[in-house]
Design a protein around this ligand. Structure first.
Ligand SMILES: CC(C)(COP(=O)(O)OP(=O)(O)OC[C@H]1O[C@@H](n2cnc3c(N)ncnc32)[C@H](O)[C@@H]1OP(=O)(O)O)[C@@H](O)C(=O)NCCC(=O)NCCS
Ligand SMILES: CC(=O)OP(=O)(O)O
Length: 337
């Protein structure tokens, strides 16, 4: 798992402060302890300290080196409440409502990132994607140059039986339900940036469809072609295949046959799905049938790092997402400097 090991090493070199809002879940607590022991992050558990300590005692997990922000007694709460009130008062939020919401661990963890007390946050082992994303959108917002927040998975194919080996970006498999052409182009460009940041490779983007270069005619194909056209206009020089089927995107022989003038040549490292149905089903198939390790959903287009998890995640998955969040924090800090 070269790409993943490199990400973990990058995190270890400059461990970021990661706020976890689900410390009363055994998988999250196990990952928090492992991340602390391996020196990849300085963990802040947000929520009931008593609950986390009770779970740690039951699971035999040492909490040394882990910080706590318990909204029931944290001295940070007035500052975080003010921050939330300022962010949401234009939507009619009162100060009382802000205080109540800031005390919810998921909201509190995002506020810690916004206020600079943490470098990133990870949730979603318990909360749904909708809740996790809504908190991040409302509190952290989009980064300059983007209008849309979307998500991607870092998919690792490292088993001996994998003919395609290494890391791939799959997007969007978690967030934008039915993107139009403009939104799909933004997803593709954000995913290309994610490939540079995390795979440290030049992006080779496949705009997936049930058609390869017009082999099928349908409005759904037109949308993908239009999205690719927009990406090409904004990122000239980036390798991209428009309306390409999955086999032609990842198998060189099939690309040769179906798309002889392909830019990606069956060697895509960024797969862009036309909608969330295809993306969510596609990543779960690769993970559960194909034996890939699925890290995510990781968010892209946010001003600061906040990431989601599948509720079906393992402690190992949470550990990996913590490592990625630390590295995204490095990129966010570099962009700010
Ligand atoms: C992410 C999601 C929750 C947002 O939906 P929502 O809360 O209903 O959002 P709304 O459409 O009501 O918009 C609320 C606000 O967020 C903004 N927003 C919503 N989605 C956004 C996005 N992807 N990027 C940027 N802003 C977004 C809206 O512009 C709106 O802003 P405003 O309050 O300033 O007007 C929704 O897209 C969703 O449920 N996606 C599917 C998640 C899922 O179930 N995935 C499968 C498992 S991974
Ligand atoms: C990403 C995803 O599908 O999340 P969940 O399994 O929690 O719905």
């Amino acid at each position: 798992m070269k790409a993943l090991n490199r990400i973990i090493e990058q995190a270890r070199k400059a461990p970021g402060r990661i706020a976890l809002s689900e410390g009363d879940d055994a998988r999250v607590l196990t990952a928090a302890v492992r991340a602390t022991q391996q020196g990849i992050a300085r963990i802040i558990l947000v929520g009931s300290r008593a609950n986390a300590e009770a779970l740690a005692a039951k699971e035999g997990l040492p909490l040394d080196g882990i910080d706590f922000v318990d909204p029931t007694d944290s001295p940070l709460m007035p500052e975080l409440t003010d921050a939330l009130f300022e962010l949401r008062r234009h939507k009619g939020m009162t100060r009382e409502q802000a205080a109540e919401q800031a005390a919810q661990p998921l909201i509190c963890a995002n506020l810690l990132v916004k206020a600079g007390h943490a470098d990133g946050t990870v949730s979603g082992a318990v909360h749904t994607t909708g809740d996790v994303v809504r908190a991040a959108i409302q509190i952290l917002g989009v980064k300059p140059g983007f209008k849309l927040i979307s998500s991607f998975f870092l998919m690792m194919m490292c088993e001996p039986f994998h003919s395609l080996k290494g890391g791939l970006i799959f997007s969007d498999c978690g967030l934008v339900v039915d993107p139009n052409a403009e939104e799909l182009s933004e997803i593709a460009m954000a995913a290309a940036d994610s490939a540079r940041d995390l795979l440290m490779e030049e992006p080779r983007v496949a705009m997936l469809s049930f058609s390869t270069r017009g082999s099928a005619r349908h409005a759904a194909v037109d949308k993908v072609v239009e999205a690719a056209r927009r990406v090409k206009a904004q990122r000239p020089g980036m390798a991209i295949d428009e309306d390409v089927q999955l086999d032609a995107a990842i198998v060189a022989e099939i690309a040769n046959r179906k798309l002889p003038d392909s830019q990606v040549k069956g060697n895509a490292n960024v797969l862009i799905f036309p909608n969330l149905e295809a993306g969510n089903i596609g990543y779960k198939l690769a993970e559960r049938v194909g034996g890939a390790v699925a890290i995510g959903p990781l968010m892209q287009g946010l001003s600061l790092p906040a990431n989601d998890l599948s509720r079906g995640c393992s402690a190992e998955d949470v550990f990996h997402v913590i490592a990625v969040t630390v590295v995204q924090g490095h990129s966010a800090a570099a962009a700010k400097a």
